[in-house]
Ligand binder design. Structure first.
Ligand code: COA
Length: 136
C-alpha cells in the first residue's frame, strides 16, 4: 500500500535512508523530511506492509519540473517491484502539476542508475551545478 508518509513514521523513514546509504554527514535528513511534508509542492510517499515501512520516495516540483529524492527500499524487500511502484506513484502525483520529472544519481551509485534506466529514464546532457546557502 502506497500512502503519504504518516508523521509517526518519520523516524523509521530516516532510519531506512541511513540503512540504504542515502544520507551524508553534511545533510540533515530530518529537516529534509519535515520540509517535504510541510511544503505545498512536495510530499513523501511510503510503502507500508503491515507494521513495516518498506520503502519511501520524496517527490516535489518547482513549478516547471518534478524531482524525486530519497527513493529507498528495505534490503529484504528489494527486487519485488516495490521501487518501481513507488516511482510510478510519484510520477502520478507529479503529473497533476508538471509535465517532466528528473532526479540526480550520485556518480558512485551505478545500481540506482541501472534501476532508473530499467524504468525508462535516460541520462540528460546536463551538468548539475550547486552551492550551499546555509554556510555549511
Ligand atoms: C534502487 C532501489 C530503490 C530499487 O528498488 P527495488 O524495489 O529493488 O526495485 P524493483 O524491484 O521495483 O525493480 C524494478 C526494475 O529495476 C530493476 N532493478 C532493480 N535494481 C536494479 C539494479 N541494482 N540494477 C539494475 N536493475 C535493477 C529490476 O530488475 C526491475 O526490472 P524489471 O521490472 O524490468 O524486471 C533499491 O535497490 C534501493 O533502495 N537502493 C538503495 C537506495 C538507492 O540507491 N536509491 C536511489 C537513489 S538515486
Amino acid at each position: 500500500m502506497i500512502v503519504p508518509l504518516p508523521r509517526e513514521r518519520c523516524a523509521d523513514a530516516v532510519a531506512l535512508w541511513h540503512a540504504a546509504g542515502l544520507t551524508r554527514p553534511w545533510n540533515d535528513p530530518d529537516a529534509d523530511l519535515r520540509r517535504a511534508l510541510d511544503g505545498p509542492s512536495s510530499t513523501v510517499l511510503a510503502t507500508i506492509s503491515g507494521e513495516h515501512l518498506v520503502g519511501t520516495v520524496m517527490v516535489g516540483h518547482d513549478g516547471h519540473r518534478g524531482w524525486l529524492y530519497y527513493l529507498a527500499v528495505a534490503d529484504d524487500h528489494r527486487r519485488r517491484g516495490v521501487g518501481r511502484a513507488l516511482v510510478g506513484a510519484a510520477e502520478e502525483w507529479l503529473a497533476a502539476h508538471v509535465p517532466k520529472v528528473q532526479l540526480m544519481v550520485r556518480d558512485d551509485n551505478a545500481a540506482a542508475a541501472g534501476f532508473y534506466e530499467r524504468l525508462g529514464y535516460a541520462r540528460q546532457d546536463t551538468v548539475v551545478l550547486g552551492r550551499r546557502l546555509d554556510g555549511r
